[in-house]
Design a protein around this ligand. Structure first.
Ligand code: CA
Length: 224
């Protein structure tokens, strides 16, 4: 019996990934760190710290210092805030409406460290989110692809892995959800090949949130 749906945020609820990828790629390029724009879709879900270490390992075969991490993360965040238009993902509110119609809890599990997330979510999707049911970068030690954020999401909902569904768009997010033992629905809203999301362990794959909302009633019948 499904009781809760755990939503990733960037690339699922918000159409923000192109701006994250652009901000990361420009920050990396400004500091001669080796990367491609697509890398940031593959890294998606990791903490900022872990992404910066990966770039330093690649380029200098060492982790970044705390000072370097702080400096680069700020540069990336400033660029992201300049580019981001804040638009919700098309179809996201349709999925949320379906989830509520079926009487399921809604939880957000994000690697984002944005402040006042709950205010933004409540503004863009009124009536769906509660402050106590959001897992952010501030709550976790490891971050995705570690199962920790999704395990914490289950705890906040008070449900077992078999009583939840995850909606994710990124390979590492899918890995995290699958490692937490949760049935994982991939929504491929970015440029990566479907194959990469399936290989990460996705149980189902949709091309966008609208298709997922169209199939939701059927899916619930099959799952319950
Ligand atoms: Ca995401």
């Amino acid at each position: 019996m499904i009781k809760a749906v755990l939503f990733d945020m960037d690339g699922v609820l918000y159409d923000s990934m192109p701006f994250h990828a652009r901000a990361w790629f420009e920050t990396a390029s400004n500091h001669q760190l080796i990367s491609t724009p697509e890398d940031f879709y593959l890294f998606e879900g990791r903490t900022g710290e872990s992404t910066i270490n990966e770039l330093y390992q690649r380029t200098f075969q060492r982790n970044a210092t705390d000072q370097e991490k702080e400096f680069l993360y700020k540069e990336k965040a400033d660029l992201f805030n300049t580019y981001n238009n804040g638009n919700p993902m098309p179809g996201a509110s349709d999925v949320l409406r379906k989830v509520k119609e079926h009487g399921l809890q809604v939880v957000v599990v994000t690697g984002s460290g944005q402040h006042s997330l709950i205010e933004k979510l409540n503004h863009d999707f009124p009536g769906y989110f509660e402050r106590e049911k959001i897992v952010t970068a501030y709550d976790v030690k490891y971050g995705k692809p570690h199962p920790e954020p999704y395990l914490m999401g289950l705890e906040k909902a008070g449900v077992k892995p078999g009583e939840a569904l995850v909606v994710e768009n990124a390979p590492m997010g899918i890995e995290a959800a699958v490692a937490a033992g949760i049935f994982t629905i991939a929504v491929n809203t970015g440029p990566l090949d479907d194959r990469i999301l399936k290989e990460a362990g996705a149980n189902l794959l949709f091309n966008d949130m609208k298709s997922l909302s169209n199939e939701w009633d059927k899916l619930m019948k099959e799952m319950n």
